[in-house]
Structure formats: structure tokens, C-alpha cells
Design a protein. Structure first.
Lengths: 264, 263
């Protein structure tokens, strides 16, 4: 692994894909408006929930906003990196162009995961952080180094888990060829990440902690942000993200053995 | 103008149905990805949020199950197919045929809904096994009426999306407009929360927009919740009548503008 080389390649990737995305400028602007409306819509839904109650699942409105903020950041990251790249795997496999990727003298997972970048998610990331800053104010959170460090670490862990989930599902394409819709299923499950895990019934809570680890993706980082997280939760988050990342890497290498190329 | 007869329609449907059956796994996954209403139901009942809107748990669960069904049979994706066809120049041969290409897309949607039906029924059965108290059998009249209103909801969305799709003639990429329009559809149609629960300042104007008639009205009808049947149907028909001429106009303008791409 030559890190310098990879950084250089990545900057070239970003440059070319940004250039091609900005060909469609109105598209980018419309996507920005969509991002704003989507956040407004989610907050609107929250206000409906809080119309006649002051907490859902033990979370007050001001605290639930933190989850929205973290969800928005993660959604922005998904739209910027995961979605444009990992839906491309399907195309690579169906048309046999994965051959060209495998022949290149760089890591295939790196190429496939970071080739493209879509600027439409940037605004969501900014909006999410803005909402989090607002939440620091209304929840009177004390900022210190430990808080910043822990919040950033858990947020990073959620990004890793999210990436691994997307990548795991996209990898199954090697066997099933068309799993484009499987990512849609994942998307609809992730939608639940907008709400605190405790607002669901016990059985769904189990489901969303084990099978689709939404608990680790939004709830634990939000708890860390609020300062209510237990130490074991943070450790578990670290372990789970590590396991997810290693499994997704191993699974990719394993799946490549079954890749038979298209046509010819 | 549209040059459609019964034979053409049946042939189109047959072809598209066998085409869709090829992709039944995909369609099953689509059906699963529509289960968000059930998660919403879980939030509503688990936090007793429905007490304030005078809906019992049972009625609310029927509402969300109906919302799931209505959504399953009114999903429209014509803009995405059309955009791809327009970008790759595939609509040129379609335009030569003596049949408006939108009938092809329309048949695709209907065929996909037929393929979807068994999966939707399986999901409903699982729901009933988990929530046996919410089982209900609507009267035949109500059932037929809600089928019609679901079809109208589908038509409204199909027309809106076709209008957006026609913008491909000018901008090449129109799907971002659809994604923009999907946001109000998601939050205001009643898929995530019934429209009765909306605050007054929204309720005062929302019934003029098409949104509540996409999910909320058919779902209320099917689940036996309170709804005004006459005005619901009237508004649905009004919106169809308003959108249809816009579509035909933009279509005729767009085809004049079209410059065949590729080849």
C-alpha cells in the first residue's frame, strides 16, 4: 500500500467526477433544494409526533433533533459517496467491465468504492452539522476535547458501519447479478435511523440492533453527543464497526473468486 | 390521437407481464422496501401518539396496512425509465411506431403491479399473523371503491411523472425534479402519518393539493376510517382532468423539440 499514490489517485477521481457532475448544474441545484426540503419534512414529522407528548422513547424534542442531525450527515455521505459508487457495481458486473477494474494496479475495493463523487450530498452534510451546532445550544452541551473526540470517533464508526453494509449488499451482485433493489431495501430500513431506537417496540429494537444495526448508526452517536452514552456502548460501537469493516473486506475478496466475467 | 385499441393494449400487457415475471425477485425486493408504514405504525402505537387524534390502535394499524397496499399499487417510476431511454436515444424507434410510447410505460406499470400482488399479499398475511386483532374484511362495495381510488391515485402520479419525464426533451436529466417532488409526496400524502394528525395550519390548505388523495384518501376508505368519499373522488377526478391536458400539451411540444440522440 502506497498511501501517497492512493491520495493522488483519489484527487484525480474527485476532479474528474466533479467535473462531469457539474455538467448538469441545474440538477445539482435541484438536489440542494431537495436536501433542504427533506430536512424540513423530517422535522415536520417530528413535530407531529411531539404534538401531544413531550417525549418519544425517552427522548425530548430537542434531543431527537440530534438524531435528525446525525442522520442528515450520514445521508449526505451516502448520497455523495456510497450511492453513486456502489450502485455502479451492478453495472460493472452485468456488463463485464469489472474485468478492467481488476486489471488495474490498484486495490479493486478502493477503486469501486471511491471512483465517483456526487456533490448533491454536500449540502446535507453541512445542514446536518449546522443542526448539530444548533442542538449544542438548545441542549446546553459543554464542549470539551473529550466530547469532541468521542463524538467524532463514534460518528466515524457509524460511517464505517454504513459503508460496510452498503458494500456487503452490493457485493452479493457477483452471485445474483441484479441486486439494485436490495440497496433500496437497505435504504428503507435506514430510514428508521431518523428516530430514536427506544421509540420502537422491543422486538423491532432487537431487529434493528442485530440484523440492521441502526442502533449503532444513529442512536449511539446521538447518545454520545448528549453525554448519556455508557462506556460499554462506545466500546461496542468500536468493535462492531471493526467487525463490519473486516467482514466486508473479506467478503469482497471471497466473492471475487466467484466472478466469472460477462460475455466471452 | 392516441391510436389505441383493445388488441394493442392486451398485447402490450402480455409482453410486459412476461417481461416483469423475469424480474420477480427484484419486484419482491421492491415490495419489501415499501414496509416503512409498518415501522411508522410501531412508533405511533408504541408511544401512544394516536390517543390525541382519536384513533384506536386497531384502526390505526388498519390505516397503515391500507397505506402500504395503496402505495404498493400506486408506485410510479416512469420518469426514470423515460430518462434512460431518452439519454440513450431509445425512444426514437418508439416514436416511429403508431402508438404513443407512454402506453408502453403504462403497460409496464400495470404489469409490474400484477407481479407485485402476491408479494404484497404475503406481507399483509405476515402482518395479520403478528397483529391478529387488526384483521378486517371490508364490504365488497368499499373494496371496489378503494381499488378505483387507488387506481386514480396511480393515474395522478403517473400523469405528474409523465409531465416531468417530458422535460427530458429540454433538460436531458429530469429525475432530480422527480426526487424533489417525492419529498412532499412522502411527508404530506399520509404514508408516514395520517393527514388527520397534521397541525391545523397544514390541514387548512392541504386538501386542495393532490397529496392527501394519493395515499390518505384511498387508505382511509379501505380501512374504514372517517373520510368524505364524494369529495375525495371529486378531487381525484379534478386533478386527473387538470393534469391530462398539460401532459398532452407538453408531449406534443416536446416531440417537436426532440433531436434524436445517438446514431
Amino acid at each position: 500500500m502506497n498511501i501517497k499514490k492512493y491520495i493522488k489517485i483519489y484527487s484525480i477521481f474527485s476532479y474528474t467526477s466533479l467535473a462531469s457532475e457539474l455538467e448538469y448544474k441545474t440538477n445539482v441545484i435541484i438536489d440542494f433544494v431537495t436536501a433542504i426540503l427533506s430536512l424540513v419534512g423530517s422535522i415536520f414529522l417530528l413535530t407531529i409526533f411531539f404534538q401531544n407528548t413531550d417525549n418519544i422513547g425517552g427522548w425530548k424534542f430537542e434531543q431527537a433533533l440530534i438524531i435528525q442531525g446525525i442522520y442528515t450527515i450520514l445521508n449526505g455521505i451516502t448520497n455523495t459517496w456510497f450511492n453513486p459508487n456502489l450502485t455502479e457495481i451492478v453495472k460493472h458486473i452485468r456488463e463485464g467491465t469489472l474485468d478492467f477494474v481488476l486489471l488495474k494496479p490498484i486495490d479493486s475495493q478502493f477503486f469501486i468504492s471511491l471512483k465517483k463523487i456526487a456533490p448533491s450530498g454536500f449540502l446535507e452534510i453541512i445542514l446536518g452539522f449546522a443542526l448539530l451546532f444548533y442542538c449544542i445550544g438548545i441542549n446546553q452541551i459543554n464542549i470539551n476535547i473529550e466530547f469532541l473526540l468521542l463524538s467524532l470517533t463514534t460518528l466515524l464508526c457509524s460511517i464505517v458501519i454504513l459503508y460496510s453494509l452498503w458494500f456487503l449488499i452490493s457485493t452479493t451482485t457477483i452471485w445474483f447479478v441484479k441486486t439494485w433493489n436490495a440497496t433500496e431495501v437497505l435504504r428503507s430500513f435506514l430510514y428508521i435511523g431518523r428516530f430514536p431506537l427506544n421509540s420502537f417496540s422491543f422486538s423491532l429494537r432487537i431487529f434493528f440492533s442485530i440484523f440492521v444495526p441502526i442502533a449503532f448508526i444513529t442512536t449511539i452517536p446521538s447518545e454520545v453527543f448528549l453525554g448519556t452514552a455508557q462506556l460499554w456502548e462506545i466500546l461496542l460501537e468500536l468493535i462492531v464497526s471493526g467487525i463490519f469493516f473486516i467482514v466486508s473486506r473479506r467478503f469482497w475478496l471471497f466473492a471475487l473468486k466467484y466472478y466469472t466475467s460477462a460475455s466471452s | 390521437m392516441f391510436n389505441l385499441n383493445k388488441n394493442k393494449l392486451i398485447t402490450l400487457l402480455k409482453v410486459q407481464y412476461s417481461n416483469m415475471l423475469e424480474y420477480r425477485v427484484e419486484i419482491a425486493l421492491w415490495a419489501i422496501s415499501g414496509i416503512i408504514p409498518f415501522f411508522m405504525l410501531n412508533i405511533w402505537t408504541n408511544n401512544n401518539l394516536n390517543e390525541s387524534i382519536n384513533l384506536s390502535n386497531v384502526m390505526l394499524s388498519r390505516y397503515f396496512l391500507s397505506a402500504f397496499f395503496v402505495r404498493q399499487f400506486s408506485v410510479v417510476w416512469v420518469v426514470f425509465t423515460f430518462e434512460e431511454d431518452a439519454l440513450l436515444g431509445k425512444i426514437s424507434p418508439y416514436l416511429i411506431q403508431p402508438l404513443n410510447p407512454f402506453f408502453r410505460y403504462f403497460a409496464q406499470h400495470i404489469a409490474e403491479q400484477i407481479t407485485r400482488l402476491p408479494f404484497a399479499i404475503i406481507i399483509a398475511l405476515i402482518f395479520f399473523i403478528l397483529n391478529p386483532e387488526s384483521i378486517w374484511i371490508p364490504s365488497l362495495g368499499i373494496f371496489l371503491l378503494s381499488c378505483v381510488s387507488t387506481f386514480f391515485s396511480f393515474l395522478i402520479q403517473f400523469l405528474i411523472q409523465s409531465i416531468i419525464a417530458c422535460m427530458c426533451f429540454w433538460t436531458e436529466k429530469a429525475s432530480s425534479i422527480e426526487r424533489l417532488l417525492f419529498i412532499p409526496t412522502l411527508f404530506l400524502s399520509g404514508l408516514l402519518a395520517p393527514v388527520v394528525s397534521f397541525p391545523e395550519y397544514i390541514k387548512s390548505w392541504i386538501y386542495i393539493t393532490p397529496f392527501p388523495y394519493l395515499i390518505d384518501f384511498p387508505a382511509n376508505l379501505l380501512s374504514g376510517n372517517n373520510t368524505n368519499i364524494m369529495s375525495g373522488f371529486a378531487m381525484q377526478l379534478l386533478w386527473i382532468a387538470a393534469l391530462f391536458p398539460i401532459f398532452t400539451r407538453i408531449w406534443s411540444l416536446g416531440t417537436k423539440k426532440y433531436t434524436a440522440m445517438g446514431s
